[in-house]
Design a protein around this ligand. Structure first.
Ligand SMILES: Cc1cc2nc3c(=O)[nH]c(=O)nc-3n(C[C@H](O)[C@H](O)[C@H](O)COP(=O)(O)O)c2cc1C
Length: 489
């Protein structure tokens, strides 16, 4: 590690000192959990066929269908290009006001994969595939028709089935917004202290106000570093808790560009390698909690800040959707370590990995390097991220012979540094195995794995290793476990 690295490791991005409009389109009724013994009002009207109405005592909220603008307006701060705003009609459906708890999950599935254990906490570290399996198990228990046909990692959704299921991405956003058109259902900012559980050191628009928080609507606040009991904060206008933060929530859809023509009950693209999750989690910056923000991971990937909530209700125009398999087969070819590092920590970790696995380690250097001054690079990195810039690389690697890439980078503003995007767009990564390793100052992986997955959807993004700054004496063991989990020996 060089001197700059030593200096930076003592600094922390964590220490920033000082630093529902009613809808005319839809209405909604909801049943608090405490009243569920009397049974919810299953009075969803209109598009849910009468014969598909099943009396189930599960306390779900009945969301009445309507039309809304899905996505974000072009002037919404920190929007992404994949949030193209378009009109969508959603049929009526039922949705759980709470995220699925660890006790709920363990009771049906026999184990609890969560990293932060607690019966009443939302389950996390579940894959999308585990979430759909849970839905089917819950349908079987309730005597409902399972929504999914599951054959290994190929999953089809029988839209005529009345069983439990994940909401579609459109249903999720419709339910989250509850009639609002603002970045959050709490309007233009969201408080980490009183409104949602997230990486509260980084409220909305902190990026542009990092050294002077005076202009922020919400000041930096609590970072709890774990999920909390679902229902800790007030629900949105339709009675749904934790649509922003706590754990991000898997939805049905494969990730891809919105089909603006498919405006009635869209179910996502027919093909793709990633499944969407929404709402952001306890480890996310506020910008990634926005109602329109779209995260995505491979269906067999998991994260300690991603869980799910369950919906129910058949859709009109019943048909079978999906069947796409998720991850691809094992990668052939040689392995290489490729990394970007600003102050040396990632370089140091890459060196330790190289010692253990014997792969060549190649550092990505830029034609125009970032400033060596800390506050200047914060601004530069933030501007690059906002513009989705692709800084020109001075390092060129012939990737053809490599099947496995151990890809290292520092967490920058809760995601990848843009040179990593430049690298991932410099070659064809189809079928290759990419194993991320991320050095961070407390934000762990942030949205970096989502960012990588979106950039190379035809690659297989393996398990990621997150290392606090340069790591400690446990790092060699952590590296070995990470390599083993990815099948890289
Ligand atoms: C521009 C910039 C942005 C950063 N953003 C974050 C962040 O969002 N979350 C975090 O945990 N650490 C953040 N950090 C801290 C770095 O991730 C951390 O210091 C890392 O160890 C640096 O790795 P490197 O020495 O390889 O550059 C940031 C550092 C810089 C310079």
């Amino acid at each position: 590690m060089d001197d700059r690295g030593m200096t930076l490791t003592r600094r922390s991005l964590l220490g920033v000192a000082g630093a529902a409009a009613a809808s005319s389109l839809a209405a909604c009724s909801w049943t608090p959990r405490s009243e569920s013994a009397e049974g919810p009002s299953n009075a969803v009207d209109a598009n849910v066929e009468a014969e598909q109405q099943v009396s189930v005592d599960d306390g779900f909220v009945a969301v009445t269908g309507g039309t809304f603008l899905m996505g974000s307006p072009e002037d919404e701060p920190w929007r992404s290009a994949d949030e193209t705003q378009h009109e969508v009609a959603v049929s009526s459906f039922f949705i759980d006001p709470y995220e699925v708890t660890q006790a709920d999950y363990a009771r049906l599935m026999g184990d609890n994969p969560s990293v932060n254990q607690g019966d009443t906490l939302p389950v996390e570290n579940v894959t999308w595939l585990q979430a759909v399996e849970y839905c089917n198990a819950r349908s079987a228990e309730a005597g409902l028709t399972p929504a999914y046909e599951i054959d290994g990692d190929a999953v089809s959704w029988d839209r005529a089935a009345d069983g439990y299921r994940l909401p579609t991405e459109a249903e999720w956003e419709y339910a989250c917004r509850a009639g609002t058109t603002t970045p959050f259902n709490t309007e233009t900012s969201i408080s980490p202290d009183t409104e949602a559980n997230y990486y509260g050191t980084y409220p909305y628009e902190i990026e542009d106000n990092y050294f002077d928080c005076g202009a922020l609507q919400t000041q930096p606040g609590i970072y709890r570093q774990t999920e909390v009991e679902s229902g800790t904060f007030a629900p949105n206008a339709w009675g749904l808790y934790d649509m922003h933060g706590n754990v991000a929530e898997w939805v049905w859809d494969l990730y891809g560009a919105y089909d603006e023509e498919a405006s009635a009950d869209p179910v996502g693209p027919e093909e793709g390698a990633l499944r969407v999750n929404r709402g952001g989690g306890w480890n996310d910056f506020a910008k990634n909690l926005r109602s329109a923000y779209r995260a995505s991971l491979a269906p067999d990937a998991s994260s300690p800040s991603v869980g799910f909530r369950v919906a129910r209700g058949a859709l009109a125009g019943a048909s079978l959707v999906g069947g796409a398999a998720g991850a691809q087969g094992a990668a052939g070819g040689d392995g290489i370590i490729v990394f970007f590092s600003w102050s040396g920590n990632t370089r140091d970790i890459a060196g330790q990995i190289a010692e253990r696995i014997g792969f060549e380690a190649v550092e990505l250097e830029l034609v125009e390097p970032y400033s060596t001054d800390y506050s200047t690079v914060l601004d530069q990195a933030q501007a690059d991220q906002a513009a989705q810039a692709r800084p020109e690389l001075a390092t060129h690697i012939d990737m053809d012979r490599f099947g496995t890439v151990l890809l290292g980078y520092p967490n920058w503003w809760a995601s990848i540094p843009m040179p990593i995007a430049s690298f991932l767009e410099s070659a064809d990564f189809s079928g290759k195995l990419i194993c991320p390793f991320c050095s961070h100052g407390g934000g762990r992986l942030g949205q970096s794995v989502t960012a990588i997955s979106k950039l190379v959807p035809t690659a297989r993004v393996g398990e990621a290793l997150s290392v606090h700054y340069g790591g400690d004496s446990e790092l060699p063991g952590q590296i070995d476990a990470w390599l083993a989990a990815n099948g890289v020996a």
